[in-house]
Ligand binder design. Structure first.
Ligand code: ACO
Length: 362
């Protein structure tokens, strides 16, 4: 029962997480085959193929997602002064809730692009800047960065964001995907399922960790300070953000994929190499300390650690990192929601009552 660990509650063709071997398979492809090689649009097609009647051909996905971004952008007009003051994830979720619900391809594609359109608008609004309309002709990742920065990104930056979005696109029955599947199983519709997903993603034990990773790196400050800072954090009872995982008992393969992406990006940056060096020192110290303090519990680097370094380097503020996570994972939520509708039934587990019994039954 304990957090439903190891309980199989769905059959899926979408992704397989092997926590012992440290392997992630997405629809028959290893993560290494996809991350940094397939653009986000192609990975979305791979996940949704056969799940969504009317799904565009793979070659048309880029154009259709561009058109969907332009449609979704209409909702940004609802960003009123009150909403502008809320955290970016709350803004993205509120704007997503404005999208029509349903199960058809138009609903699905607009939903698929919506966090990537709403997150830059929310970030710009928090800085007092007007939102940038999408450019439907661009690739999805390049346009997301353009909407954030107000100018076309360098190709290396667009490629790095593309690699990130594909790396985190789907990951078995994680908490947010399970929440999306439960909601989809009631036939509530894809928008409702994605809203359940993004709400579950928000928590620091799931998708909310990379922001605190930046706080940790800033707190450590220099590589020489890593061990003392981390020991003090654990002495206070804190968890080290970016380490440990509910399924992986070895290193999270996505951590390696993202570290490679950061290393590639660092080649074209003046500031990133120093940040990467600090992150590597913190990672090495954390692994050493966790091994010593928790010898019975393998705790390794998870996806969130290098996510933080990468998204910071791409110019996203740390309070919006979870929105960028949602921009990739939304494809997984939609694919799982459709799979649940096509092949599952209402998810309705049981609980065991352990409370007081009525007097007459005692
Ligand atoms: N730092 C310090 N100790 C840890 C950490 C950590 N990051 N992770 C787990 N532990 C310890 C726990 O304190 C616990 O110790 P105890 O048995 O002495 O109480 C033991 O390891 C087991 O912890 P659980 O919470 O049972 O492990 P679980 O597998 O359920 O948790 C989780 C996984 C939530 C990710 C956890 O490792 C954690 O809190 N990590 C930090 C937050 C984080 O990085 N979240 C992102 C996860 S990746 C993702 O969802 C996309």
């Amino acid at each position: 029962m304990d957090g439903l660990r190891d309980v199989v509650v769905a059959e899926t063709v979408l992704s397989d997480v092997d926590g012992v071997a440290g392997r992630l398979v997405i629809r028959g492809h290893s993560l290494d085959e996809l991350a940094g090689r397939a653009p986000f649009e192609q990975a979305c097609h791979l996940l949704l193929d056969g799940m969504l009647p009317g799904l565009p051909e793979a070659g048309q996905m880029r154009g259709r997602l561009g058109a969907a971004r332009a449609q979704a952008f209409a909702e940004v007009a609802a960003l009123d002064p009150q909403l502008r003051r809320r955290p970016p994830l709350d803004v993205v979720r509120a704007l997503m809730a404005r999208l029509p619900d349903g199960d058809d391809v138009d609903v699905a594609l607009r939903l698929l692009v919506s966090p990537a359109v709403f997150a830059p608008a929310a970030i710009r609004a928090s800085r007092g800047l007007e939102p940038m309309a999408p450019d439907p002709a661009l690739g999805h990742a390049a346009d997301m960065l353009r909407m954030l920065k107000g100018a076309a990104p360098a190709p290396a930056e667009a490629a790095a964001l593309d690699a990130y979005l594909v790396t985190i696109i789907d990951h078995g029955l994680n908490a947010s995907t399970f929440a999306a599947r439960v909601t989809a199983s009631t036939l509530a519709g894809l928008t409702s399922a994605a809203l359940a997903g993004i709400s579950a993603l928000k928590g620091p034990l799931h998708g909310g960790a990379p922001g605190p990773v930046i706080d940790m790196l800033d707190g450590v400050g220099t590589p020489a300070n890593a061990t003392a800072w981390l020991e003090a954090a654990l002495d206070r009872g804190d968890r080290l953000m970016g380490f440990g995982h509910g399924v992986y008992r070895v290193r999270d393969p996505r951590a390696d994929a993202l570290k490679r992406t950061v290393q590639t990006l660092a080649g074209a940056s003046s500031e990133l190499p120093g940040r990467l060096k600090l992150a590597e020192a913190v990672e090495a110290a954390a692994l050493d300390i966790l091994k010593r303090r928790k010898p019975d519990r393998p705790l390794n680097t998870n996806v969130e650690f290098y996510t933080a370094v990468l998204l910071e380097a791409l110019g996203f503020p740390h309070e919006a990192f979870t929105c960028v996570f949602a921009s990739g994972r939304v494809a997984g939520w939609i694919a799982h929601a459709r799979e649940q509708v096509l092949s599952g039934r209402l998810i309705r587990p049981s609980s065991r009552y352990v409370g007081p019994v009525p007097r007459e039954a005692a």
